[in-house]
Design a protein around this ligand. Structure first.
Ligand code: 5AD
Ligand code: SF4
Length: 483
């Protein structure tokens, strides 16, 4: 996509342009020349491998990195054979950081064997100064380090590294800049994530995201609509609108617009059949949005609505700005407007000060709402967040025991909720060949549930009616309807 700019026509002997994205296309052209030199020397094109460790935003960022790499001439490799390995990191919980250090340790001997190899680290974890200090001190074999705010500069940073022998580090504290129209390389031909906003202003007391992703910035509606129109022309029929808090989309724009208004505009785009979005913050989910969801033909019947805790006391300490009752009332309103909607959530167990009584409040919400599924997390102390210095940090044993009880309840309910569709026929977007059985394909219902059924490659990207024969707990086995 967006390969309207012919890199070979850019004069790389001139000074680099100041304006973006022209400047990055200039550096892509420079990198391409470097890649050609590599090819002449080695008799092959260099291979790259981008790995993402985080959320859907992170996955979308990785597609942008791959877009640049493809534009300059890299071909896809694996972590073991790539000449350029990029880790797009996450830092929402401590174990995400631990994983990156572990993988990096394993890469060191690989790099020793391959003299061409370069390693880049980017993403949320790089926005933490202690991390960069540690990398400089103990992981000197890393070539490029950059953060979340300047990811659009990837081509420029890559070229800087190709020209020098030194580690290139470029981390910004924050930005108000959004650079449009850079290349990207989608994982799926028929569906795509679309960033609608970046950053977060909520400062939930446990969360590091506002510190590493910066202040909330919305893309202009025109830029979003233009991107989706292009995606649609390119064969995409399902889009996932991405933002840390999509319900507050547009509030900080010069000409404010609500998320519901944006959805209404997107709905008009021909060729788009399914619209998803995440993540919604309960405090900002408006009646206007519920109304639009109720009337829409394209917005999928799925809402991810993180509750984090069912205890009003804990929610206050988390700085979430809603009570248990307000959350339940919101769920009631949504279900009234969209009766067959699937609801999913995020829950943190073991927030500082969480008592058994608080935990029971969470269990109570789980039983009342009856989520289709829920992501459960053990509270992770993130240095620099208010919760990290709160009293009454909960012991690991207590957290684990609560976590297991919660998981059991969620799984029991999810299986009961999932089974209600058994025996029905529903429209499915076919996504892939099944990972377990090559004679089967995997598709997704509007409500986000997966179904596996006999089929082959040519079905991928198509909408078909599938009879849901058997519920397997959190997915279905089915067959094409009418067979
Ligand atoms: N510990 C555990 N889980 C966390 N999350 C965010 N910060 C933390 C933390 N410090 C969870 C929240 C959020 C999801 C993306 O990650 O549930 O919704
Ligand atoms: Fe973190 Fe809260 Fe922002 Fe979500 S809304 S990214 S949990 S601060």
């Amino acid at each position: 996509m967006y390969q309207e700019i012919d890199l070979d026509k850019i004069d790389i002997n001139e000074e680099p342009p100041i304006e973006e994205p022209d400047r990055q296309y200039y550096f892509m052209a420079k990198c391409r020349k470097w890649v050609k030199g590599f090819e002449q020397k080695n008799g092959r094109l260099p291979k790259s491998c981008v790995l993402n460790f985080g959320c859907q935003m992170n996955a979308r960022d990785s597609e942008k990195l791959r877009g640049v790499l493809r534009a300059v001439g890299y071909v896809e490799g694996t972590e073991d054979n790539a000449d350029f390995v990029i880790y797009n990191t996450c830092t929402v919980r401590e174990n995400a950081n631990t994983r990156v250090y572990g993988r990096l340790g394993q890469l060191k001997p690989v790099k020793k064997k391959n003299p061409h190899m370069m390693i880049a680290l980017c993403g949320c974890m790089m926005q933490e100064p202690e991390v960069v200090e540690k990398l400089k001190k103990s992981y000197g074999f890393v070539d490029i380090i950059f953060g979340t705010h300047n990811i659009y500069k990837f081509a420029e940073l890559l070229f800087t590294r190709c020209e020098s022998e030194r580690m290139v580090i470029d981390i910004w504290k924050d930005t108000d800049k959004i650079v449009e129209d850079l290349p990207n390389d989608r994982k799926y031909a028929f569906k795509s994530g679309v960033n609608i906003m970046f950053g977060c202003n909520n400062f939930c007391s446990y969360c590091i995201v506002p510190y590493v992703r910066g202040r909330e910035r919305s893309r202009k509606p025109k830029a979003i609509l233009r991107e989706i129109e292009r995606l649609s022309k390119d064969g995409v029929s399902e889009i996932m609108l991405l933002g840390q808090n999509v319900n507050s989309y547009g509030k900080t724009l010069d000409e404010p617009i609500t998320f519901a208004e944006l959805l209404t505009e997107i709905e008009k785009i021909d060729g788009i059949k399914r619209i998803r979005f995440m993540t919604s913050h309960p405090k900002d989910l408006s009646d206007e949005l519920i109304d639009v969801m109720g009337k829409s033909k394209k917005i999928c019947k799925h809402l991810h609505l993180p509750i984090q805790s069912g205890s009003t006391d804990i929610l206050a300490k988390m700085n979430r700005h809603y009570t248990k009752e307000q959350y339940l009332e919101l769920v009631r309103k949504i279900r009234a407007a969209v009766p067959d909607i699937s609801l999913t959530t995020d829950i943190i167990v073991g927030f500082p000060g969480e008592t058994e009584k608080d935990f029971q409040e969470t269990m109570d919400v789980v039983r009342q709402v009856r989520y289709d599924s829920a992501f459960t997390f053990i509270y992770s102390k993130r240095t620099g967040t208010p919760a990290a210095v709160m009293e009454n940090q909960i012991s690991e044993d207590v957290i684990k025991e609560r976590f297991n009880r919660l998981l059991k309840e969620i799984q029991k309910i999810a299986a009961e909720v999932c089974v209600v569709h058994e025996g029905t026929t529903q429209e499915v977007l076919v996504e892939d060949i099944s990972g377990h059985d090559k004679t089967m394909v995997t598709g997704r219902l509007s409500n986000n549930l997966l179904v596996h059924f006999p089929g082959s490659l040519e079905l991928i990207g198509q909408y078909v009616d599938v009879h849901l024969k058997e519920c397997k707990g959190f997915y279905y086995l089915g067959e094409l309807a009418g067979r």
